[in-house]
Design a protein around this ligand. Structure first.
Ligand SMILES: Cc1cc2nc3c(=O)[nH]c(=O)nc-3n(C[C@H](O)[C@H](O)[C@H](O)COP(=O)(O)O)c2cc1C
Length: 340
């Protein structure tokens, strides 16, 4: 069956429902599976590999506005993107509208391919919050809204913001934050259904986001403990969101992306990946990261990724600890993986 793109634009109701189309600014997103930004993980090599499994939208790791302004080489490397991984957004963090604006201008000049800007208003790390960035911005919704305006004043690309429920249980204010952001012209909001204080622990509170989508003008993406297809279905059912974000649940399990993508397009459930598949994916992702970062850096990072591919398989404990401790080269990785 083929579908006419032009017709799609004219009549949203004419979309076949399994395509799950949604509009994010001028971008047409063709599915419900978002790869969440994760500092230290979701670099270009990671995103390119995950894209093959059906990611519909992804983000860079968070990029410091001041790092860009001072032309820090490591910060600039977070802007590596490639044509075949889109749509991809560059996620900025900072605390002042003027600086985020300058950083957005640098991204526009430096970054070869990107589709949207995102502002991080969820990071709970003290180094970030102490500077007034990340989830600290939840305490200053008007300033956060001004940061959206600041980027919009220098770019035509869509701008999204990634938030949390609030700072802590006694200051849950996501509805106020969303209202301010919508007034500023934000094009999409992703919400991690925990407070800053909860960090990454405990069950996310999707119940607090019940039917949130109905109250919103812009698309909504939801995040929090998406480890299985049923987690994703539940999060979408409760919130009515346009898409769901896979973060930790996808580390070592790229097949989860395929399971979600396939289900949302066809209604069919795919079985979990076999051990042989996992061995293959583990080596392929390593190669993709080596292509981007070189062997030494990629393999250093890979010590925290490789063991995750084998979690849950019988007798894998010893192998996982070898992977976490003794990979320096791709050969080391291959030898251990092939011994499994
Ligand atoms: C190691 C790690 C790094 C993360 N880095 C970022 C980041 O750079 N920007 C961001 O907005 N969220 C970041 N997150 C949050 C995730 O995108 C996601 O919202 C969160 O982990 C909740 O989803 P999960 O419970 O399915 O992992 C990070 C999470 C983890 C675990």
């Amino acid at each position: 069956m083929s579908f006419n793109r032009k017709k799609k634009k004219e009549n949203n109701g004419g979309y076949p429902p399994f395509l799950n189309m949604w509009k994010f600014g001028n971008l047409e997103i063709e599915g419900k599976v978002v790869l969440g930004p994760m500092a230290g993980f979701t670099s270009m090599g990671y995103r390119k590999f995950y894209k093959k499994f059906g990611v519909d939208l992804s983000y860079s790791e968070m990029v410091s506005d001041m790092g860009l302004i001072y032309q820090n080489q490591e910060t600039l490397s977070y802007l590596n993107t490639s044509k075949d991984e889109g749509p991809v957004g560059i996620q900025l963090f900072g605390s002042e509208p003027d600086n985020i604006k300058k950083a957005a201008e640098i991204v526009a000049k430096t970054c070869s391919f990107f589709d949207f800007f995102d502002i991080n208003a969820g990071c709970p790390v003290p180094k970030v919050t102490k500077s007034g960035a990340g989830s600290s911005l939840l305490k200053e919704p008007k300033k956060l809204a001004d940061m959206v305006r600041a980027i919009k004043s220098v770019s035509d690309k869509p701008v999204s913001v990634k938030i949390r429920l609030g700072w802590d249980n006694s200051s849950i204010n996501f509805k106020e934050v969303i209202k301010e952001l919508e007034e500023a012209g934000v094009d999409m909001i992703a919400i991690h259904a925990r407070t800053k204080k909860e960090l990454y622990l405990g069950k996310p509170h999707f119940d607090l986001l019940k039917d949130l989508k109905k109250e919103m003008k812009v698309p909504l993406v939801v995040s929090g403990n998406i480890y299985t297809l049923d987690d994703a279905i539940e999060a979408l059912d409760i919130t009515g969101a346009d898409a769901v974000m896979v973060a930790r649940g996808g580390i070592g399990n790229p097949w989860l992306i395929k399971q979600l993508s396939h289900y949302f397009k066809t209604g069919e459930r795919l079985p979990d990946a076999s051990l042989e598949d996992q061995k293959k994916y583990c080596l392929e992702l390593a190669q993709s990261m080596i292509e981007e970062k070189g062997e030494i850096t990629a393999m250093r990072i890979y010590r925290s990724i490789a063991p995750k591919f084998f979690f849950g398989f019988p007798n894998s404990k010893e192998v996982r600890s070898r992977l976490a401790q003794s990979i320096n080269t791709f050969e080391d990785l291959k030898t251990i993986v092939e011994s499994i």
